[in-house]
Design a protein. Structure first.
Length: 372
């Protein structure tokens, strides 16, 4: 049982012992295969059953058909017995590959790929991470490999578990990759965590929505990037800034028609002076949709500046091919600086060099709103 050995033996696998409602039937074989591979071939057995024959996760052992060993006292069995049984089941399950998946999840990933072009390997990794976020048992299985993983170690686990060449794994998390540019899936590289913690989707609701909603992709992120309401004012109500709008409106129209990059409009003023309402009116007149980057999550808790910027990058990737404006309200959380320059590198994000690139290369024109 080497750390990352691979065995291609094919036999039949009996799923009768899989508990109802623990893991959905359509993904049960796939997730069971991953868990068995983690335990038997990737070193997870060292923590799965300890030297006293105690199981790290008894529910996982029961799910995998080892309930009789869970009920035994520590001296009633040799720890190699259940491991040999799992090894046999892993060999048998391989015969069923390739495994099925959730039809809805597969369709939603395909729909997403039509907006943010994904390779087959990227789709495979995204499916894995969505299932990882949905099922605690899979997350617990991965924790058997350690909770202090470097990024290189995390990539190696994905390489072996999903059988994707390491070069492709490295590419999909590189600085210029689709995942990174869209912030759809981030591999946290600054600190060492378990794999489930290091891999971060756009928000907490995304995995559940992808598995359960048969809607447009924008609905999957509606708690983070939401379609703005129509404005209640007309452009004539802003006669006091008529000269500014006579410059701005044709400019934005040209930007939208020609898909020009790096366009950012700043609206600033005291609270309650109508900055957001003006943005809605501009979108109405130009005949565009206006999407807002949320500053609070579905529970009403504030979204921190760095997390909001990731949402912004995702919105840029989703809407770059459509006639759309973005609005980033309460932008002072990321754009404050000691020198007072709005488009200077903010003090909270001084180590994030990509912020300047986001501003310079955004595909969707953005209205930034601040009270300062």
């Amino acid at each position: 049982m080497g750390l990352f050995n691979h065995n291609n033996t094919n036999n039949e696998f009996n799923t009768e012992l899989i508990e109802d409602n623990v893991i959905d039937d359509n993904v049960a074989d796939k997730i069971t295969f991953w868990m068995l591979k983690i335990i038997i071939e990737m070193g997870g057995h060292k923590r799965f059953i300890d030297s006293d024959n105690d199981f790290e996760y008894e529910d996982m052992a029961t799910f995998l058909g080892l309930e009789k060993y869970v009920e035994f006292d520590y001296d009633d069995f040799n720890r190699t017995e259940p491991l040999l049984l799992l090894k046999k089941r892993l060999k048998a399950l391989r015969k069923k590959a390739p495994f099925g998946s959730s039809e809805l999840l597969t369709q939603n990933i395909q729909n997403l790929s039509e907006l943010i072009v994904l390779t087959e390997e990227e789709k495979q990794v995204l499916e894995f991470v969505i299932l990882l976020k949905q099922y605690d048992m899979l997350d617990n299985a991965l924790s058997l490999l350690g909770g202090d993983l470097s990024s290189s170690r995390a990539k190696r686990i994905l390489n072996v578990l999903l059988e994707i060449p390491i070069e492709k794994i490295n590419d999909m998390f590189a600085a210029n990759s689709t995942f990174n540019r869209s912030a759809l899936l981030i591999l946290h590289s600054e600190e060492n965590y378990s794999l489930g913690t290091k891999l971060r989707l756009i928000n907490y609701e995304f995995a559940d929505n992808m598995l359960n909603l048969e809607e447009e992709i924008t609905e999957m992120i509606k708690d983070s990037v939401r379609l703005s309401d129509k404005g209640t004012l007309n452009i004539t109500d802003y006669s006091y800034i008529k000269s500014d709008l006579e410059i701005l409106m044709p400019f934005l129209n040209k930007v939208l028609d020609n898909k020009l990059k790096g366009v950012n409009i700043l609206l600033y003023g005291l609270p309650g002076t109508g900055k957001t309402e003006l943005s809605k009116t501009i979108a109405d007149v130009l005949g565009t949709k206006l999407y807002e980057i949320s500053y609070a999550d579905s529970d009403g808790d504030p979204i921190e500046g760095e997390a909001r910027l990731r949402l912004y990058k995702t919105a840029q990737a989703l809407f770059f091919n459509s006639r759309t404006l973005l609005i980033y309200d309460e932008a002072e959380d990321i754009f404050e600086s000691y020198e007072g320059g709005f488009f200077m590198m903010p003090k909270q994000q001084s180590d994030k060099a990509w912020l300047n690139k986001v501003l310079e290369n955004n595909n969707v024109p953005t209205i930034w709103i601040t009270n300062n």
